[in-house]
Each structure stands twice: as structure tokens, then as C-alpha cells.
Design a binder for this molecule. Structure first.
Ligand SMILES: [Zn+2]
Length: 157
């Protein structure tokens, strides 16, 4: 039964687009897609150690919804590690609370509250080789539905 997905708040974009198993050629790898909401659930509860109610409030969902979200997220991470799959982070209905840029020369991250504040040169080293991480996910978010279909084979229920 399809249920409408509520918009979720994600503090900032993940610093990576995904993870790849070591020592396995890419052509042998299946993919698991972690939505931004699932990523945020893991970040808040498992990385920052918040309880489910606190984490649910930050994302903007109910506690039972959060519990389902993190359960799905953990299954996908387990599937990537144990099932030797590439883990890609994308999709889901979300908004970012902050803008994140990374200098590809010195590796520094810069956070901003709005797009208007984005910089063209790295404040630390002056390089113009800068990536706006939100764009990775903003342009790919619409692929969420197709990716959910692609994940069907790996569902645990
Ligand atoms: Zn730099």
C-alpha cells in the first residue's frame, strides 16, 4: 500500500556519495541505495547517539516512523557489508538545513546557511577546485523511485 512520503529535514549532505567494498571489481558489485533520510537516521541515532524521539524531532517525523526508518537503514548497511555490495546514498524526500562545500585540494569543509553565502575560492588555501556537496544529492534525489525498485531483490522481509 503506497503511503505518501513526508518531507524530511537533513542537517547537511553526506560527505560521500557512497562506499565501495575493497578488493572486488566494480562489475561484480550489486548496489544498495540508502536514502538521505536513512543516512540521517544512522547519523543521528548511531553516530551521534541520540534516542529515537530526539532524532525523530530533528528529522521532522514521528518516533514510530523514525524507528522504521532506522531499521531499514541498518538492514541496508548490513547488506552492504555482509552481502558485499556497493552502498550509494541518494533519493528520498528531504531538505538540507545547511550548505556544504569541500575544497578538493586541501580537503577542508565549509558550512553555510544559504546558497548566497557559497564561496568561489577555498578560505584555507585559495583553490577554486571546490565542490558543492548539496548538488550531488539535489540532482539525484528524483531517482529515488527507480532505485527503490532496483533494491527489491535485496529486501529482507
Ligand atoms: Zn583548500
Amino acid at each position: 500500500m503506497p503511503r505518501p512520503q513526508k518531507e524530511r529535514r537533513v542537517l547537511e549532505p553526506p560527505k560521500i556519495q557512497g562506499l565501495k567494498p575493497m578488493g572486488v571489481p566494480a562489475r561484480f558489485l550489486e548496489r544498495v541505495y540508502l536514502t538521505l533520510g536513512e543516512y540521517e537516521a544512522i547519523r543521528l541515532a548511531d553516530y551521534d547517539g541520540l534516542d529515537h524521539q530526539e532524532a525523530a524531532d530533528i528529522i521532522g517525523i514521528s518516533r514510530p516512523t523514525f524507528s522504521r526508518l532506522i531499521e531499514k537503514a541498518r538492514k541496508k548497511v548490513a547488506e552492504a557489508i555482509v552481502g558485499v555490495k556497493e552502498l550509494l546514498i541518494e533519493g528520498g524526500n528531504y531538505t538540507f538545513a545547511t550548505q556544504l562545500q569541500r575544497c578538493m585540494d586541501c580537503g577542508d569543509f565549509e558550512r553555510f546557511e544559504s546558497i548566497a553565502e557559497l564561496v568561489n575560492a577555498c578560505p584555507s588555501c585559495g583553490s577554486q577546485n571546490i565542490v558543492h556537496l548539496n548538488e550531488w544529492f539535489g540532482t539525484r534525489g528524483g531517482r529515488g523511485c527507480r532505485n527503490r525498485g532496483g533494491f527489491r531483490g535485496g529486501r529482507g522481509q
